[in-house]
Design a binder for this molecule. Structure first.
Ligand SMILES: [Cu+2]
Length: 216
């Protein structure tokens, strides 16, 4: 805050309540703006993107949910932004919620690639978005790059978007613990917003530590 703004708040004196409301509005605007500035504005309308990137480096196979909670009714990828190592296979698994979905590399938002690399509607998916729980699509990301943006084309306007960041150094946000693990969805929780995400993260870390401790 610059000096002139501080002075004006001081002069308002008894209008402190009004100044407080102005501060809240400024903070809210700042958060939305910060989310829009990373990953080339790809997540500008993605309600379940909280401005963090899940760190799933160190794993051969990483799960992303298709039809996770968010953007209305289960029209989200969970987690939306995931960092992996080169050579990792990302497995998208449909939850069965939110209608027909697909996974399409979105070159319009890709700063490095003009050619579509992955599309779940290719061979095996018969050219349509599908709703069925347990449907999977996978892609192995061999080359490090800034990020690979993708969308669900039927729900892109609602914010159903994701990004795979290859190489943790390329994350454009704070990295947070990846909570889903490398197992398939039978054992993974359904993503349901920031509170559930935080809870799952804590439980996931505890479970992981217990596992590691048990192996030593
Ligand atoms: Cu969708």
């Amino acid at each position: 805050m610059d000096t002139s703004e501080s002075d004006s708040y001081t002069r308002r004196g008894l209008l402190r309540a009004g100044a407080g409301a102005a501060t809240v509005a400024a903070v809210t605007t700042g958060t939305a703006s910060a989310q829009g500035e990373v990953y080339g504005d790809h997540f500008s309308n993605t309600g379940n993107f909280d401005g963090t990137t899940a760190d799933a480096t160190g794993q051969d196979e990483v799960l992303v949910q298709v039809g996770a909670g968010g953007n209305g009714a289960n029209q989200a990828f969970g987690p939306p932004a995931v960092a992996i190592d080169p050579g990792t296979t990302v497995v998208w698994e449909w939850t069965g919620q939110g209608g027909p979905h697909n996974v399409v590399h979105w070159t319009d938002a890709d700063p490095e690639r003009d050619t579509e690399l992955f599309n779940s509607q290719g061979a095996g998916h018969e050219g349509v978005a599908v709703p069925d729980a347990g449907t999977t699509f996978e892609w192995t990301f061999e080359e490090a790059g800034s990020f690979y943006p993708y969308v669900c084309t039927p729900h892109r306007a609602l914010g159903m978007k994701g990004a795979i960041v290859v190489g943790a150094d390329n994350a454009q946000t704070e990295l947070v613990e990846y909570a889903l693990g490398s197992g398939r969805m039978e054992t993974a929780p359904v993503w349901g917003g920031a509170f559930a995400f935080g809870l799952v993260s804590i439980v996931g870390v505890a479970a992981y530590r217990a596992l590691v401790d048990g192996e030593e």
